[in-house]
Design a protein around this ligand. Structure first.
Ligand code: ZN
Length: 199
């Protein structure tokens, strides 16, 4: 179980996992607890994430908190005035500069909580998530349940033929799978294109 930092020094926390693993729910839980602690919060998400609402961070269970939609990671630096705790949702869709933005915010004494997909549908590190995990003070991996066998799931298997990485996590587009079921269902082409050294 994650416990909040004791002091108000800056820090970077990452919440990552597959589709339907509860990333946004955990982000909202931490931000609500910060609000109970009378800390000023701000939440950002990229403009590419337009599911359900353009003004709220929305998780699949419909719990939501108001957020600020930004076009690039540097907008966060300009818009985070006075916030002591900053949440960043769907961080995998941000540009690579998000890593240095998180570092800058933490060095300013801000607690930064980053939520996003760790892997794309081909099992590759997604956007800036890998680098942010490296510089983070704390990384929480959350897991979904495999829809095929009920095991712990860490892969987001794509159900549609759309090969755009920005396809978002509606239930009819992706399903969470464990490694065994993912390898059975993913095409040989996808696995070969993974450029994995162990192929
Ligand atoms: Zn499975």
């Amino acid at each position: 179980m994650f416990l909040e930092p004791k002091c108000h020094a800056g820090s970077i926390e990452v919440i990552s996992g597959s589709m339907f693993s509860g990333k946004t729910e955990e982000l909202i839980r931490r931000l609500r607890r910060a609000q109970i602690a009378k800390l000023k919060t701000a939440i950002f998400k990229p403009a590419t994430d337009t599911r359900y609402s353009k003004t709220a961070v929305v998780s699949h269970d419909k719990h939501s908190v108001q957020s600020i939609v930004v076009n690039s990671s540097t907008d966060i630096l300009a818009l985070c005035t006075n916030a002591q705790v900053i949440g960043i949702d769907e961080a995998q869709f941000f540009d690579a500069n998000l890593t240095s933005v998180c570092r800058t915010l933490a060095h300013r004494g801000i607690r930064v909580i980053v939520a996003g997909l760790d892997m794309d549908y081909l099992g590759r590190p997604f956007g800036p998530m890998g680098n942010i995990m490296c510089i983070a003070d704390d990384v929480t991996k959350v897991h979904a349940i495999c829809t095929r066998c009920g095991s712990i799931a860490q892969f987001s298997h794509r159900l549609s033929d759309d090969d755009k990485l920005v396809s978002l996590g509606e239930k009819n587009t992706y399903e969470p799978l464990c490694r065994e079921c993912y390898c059975k269902l993913s095409s040989v082409k996808e696995l070969v294109n993974d450029n994995c050294d162990c192929n």
